[in-house]
Design a protein around this ligand. Sequence first.
Ligand code: 17E
Ligand code: FE2
Length: 415
Amino acid sequence: MIYKNANLNGKEMKSFAVENGRFAAFGEFSALEKQYPQAKIEDLKGRITACPFADAHIHLDYVYTASLPAKATASGTLFEAIDNWSEAKDRLTTEEIKKRAYIAVKQQIACGVQYVRTHVDVTDPKLTALKAMLELKEEVRDYMTLQIVAFPQEGFFAYKGGAELVEEALKMGADVVGGIPHFEFTREDGVASVKKGFELAMKYDKLLDFHCDETDDDQSRFVESIAALTYFNGMQGRSAASHTCAMGSYNNAYAFKMMSKFKKAGLNFIVCPTENCYLQGRYDSYPKRRGISRVDELTKNGLNVSFAQDSISDPWYPLGNGNLMHQLDFGLHLSHMMSIPEIEDSLKFVTDNGARTMCIKDYGFKCGNSANFVVLDADNTVDAVRNTSETVLSVREGREIMRKEPAKVLTSYSF
Ligand code: 17E
Ligand code: FE2
């Protein structure tokens, strides 16, 4: 198959050939046509052809549960949501968790997402959600690469037996060690939970991704422990700090010091723009903070930042639809990254950067890599962001897994 007139990542017009599910050649259409005379041809008409969207942070075991707890999350705060979830979660079955997750996965596929890291609550002695997610991972693998984080929502230590459940989840097949140090009882417990997380990651050869400093408390500084342990354990590139909202409240002297430590650690950052502008600022009157980490400074310092969905209709956040173009729109606004060059270079936040955090090899427009890509209904990145353009085609290992007809607008005017 030859795809011609592809605007690769919105940066470079090329044609390319796909053979046996892999990218086989990139170049001029006339040359590819000679090289592959039997190939079918699709004209992409100069539309943006990007690497598939990578959502490096979502909770697929929580989706569509907003109405399950007896109480709705009235305060809009993280801590009330965790309490409400704790009350409701015992009643869930593997079957219903899977059923709901499938609705979200289908939505993600319709939005061109092919790589997903899902945090699964393992503070449950029955590990009900983990069982659902391990099955889901296998069942969707031809459509989506799913990474599972053993995430102790109620803490390594704050939940009795939490650390043991994380370990059990890793033995059962979870890919990543999670944690939530800002939810532990004390700062010392938080640091100890990070240490325990690294110990488990080293023991079972897993990646790490902590919910980290998801608070406006400028004293919440667990990100420094994660950076230190990443560095001293030689885990550069293999660990991530999700949320890091408190960084938006750190004083500049501390933030400046930390930037160079983050660089040494090669720490990945995952930011959830809509989620945290909803959950944070809740204890502020005015002025109200916006729950965003220092995306602009991290990016300028060469650190890897991605934008992610986090929730779809759960006790934490009532909306969400899996569309990462929406997260990109919010993320750029909240981060003040709105110069034209910044927007032109922004697709990376929802594609390459997420894939890099997930340590996906085989990703990108390179001969020999799996032919995984999406086509957006836009011919340049600024228009794609401005219009939150739809994904009209998603190809995985050379197979078309989703095609969408853009909406037709019928009008009555004649000018
Ligand atoms: N759990 C958590 O600790 N924080 C969140 N934002 C969500 C779940 C969605
Ligand atoms: Fe989360």
